[in-house]
Design a protein around this ligand. Structure first.
Ligand code: ZN
Length: 243
């Protein structure tokens, strides 16, 4: 019996790549068959149509949520590579380190909303791209890295929270909208096309590549409550699964 109810993370991608399962998605309200074909994991880890689908969805959600926000900054966090035994250790730790830094940003700099995307250097090691909002953050960050004395504060905060001292921060340009930055940041990151960066597809199960403040990125693509998803093996054994 093929059921994907327990299948998640990298395993789900393997199942998709194997092309052994079929998937039908039915709109519960209209009865319309929305999709009928090979099972698609629609994961950011699976290069090609699945990754494209995922990035399109996540960009749309983020662009929708960012409307009305102002005083944004763009920042990076890195790891002091020499202090880490392996990339796996960084995957394991990054969520917790971000929690620590996030609390500090909230408390000390009144950060109101954020979006964080993890990327991997091709030569190994993680780093995060951040878009954050808050008047204090904006005021403190200069228009360029060199104009901003606060960058030193930011670097110290990063270091004290366990990240590397190489950290960057800059205001979002006023002539460009937050929507533009969010779309650009996500589109750029989602496919890992940069010569130096790539999508961290080797991250362990449960790794959260995107983190966002409440309301910024609802995981809507995972719970389409008006769709029924039926996954079955090619020999016809049916297994209704709500993904
Ligand atoms: Zn897939």
């Amino acid at each position: 019996m093929n059921t994907l109810q327990q299948v998640d993370g990298p395993r789900r991608v393997e199942v998709c790549k194997s092309k052994k399962l079929l998937m039908t998605i039915i709109n519960k309200v209209t009865g319309e068959v929305v999709y009928d074909g090979l099972y698609q994991c629609r994961s950011w880890r699976h290069r090609g149509p699945c990754q494209d689908y995922h990035s399109k969805k996540i960009i749309a959600r983020a662009v929708d949520s960012v409307g009305g926000l102002h005083s944004g900054v763009f920042a990076t966090v890195t790891f002091a590579q020499k202090d880490w035994s392996s990339a796996a250790a960084q995957y394991h730790a990054c969520g917790h380190l971000w929690e620590v830094l996030r609390h500090r940003l909230r408390r000390k700099w009144e950060m109101s909303a954020y979006l964080l995307v993890w990327e991997k250097f091709r030569k190994g090691g993680l780093h995060g791209h951040l878009i954050m909002f808050g008047p204090q953050l904006w005021q403190k960050a200069g228009e360029t890295e060199h104009q901003s004395e606060w960058v030193y504060d930011w670097r110290r905060d990063c270091e004290q929270c366990g990240f590397g001292v190489v950290a960057y921060m800059q205001r979002l340009k006023e002539e460009l909208t937050p929507e533009y930055y969010v779309a650009k940041c996500l589109a750029y990151s989602a496919k890992g096309k940069d010569k130096d960066y790539e999508v961290p597809t080797d991250a362990p199960k449960g790794f959260r590549r995107f983190a966002a403040s409440r309301g910024f990125l609802q995981p809507e693509w995972k719970s389409p409550d008006n769709h029924q998803v039926i996954i079955r093996s090619k020999d016809g054994v049916a297994s209704p699964v709500i993904l």
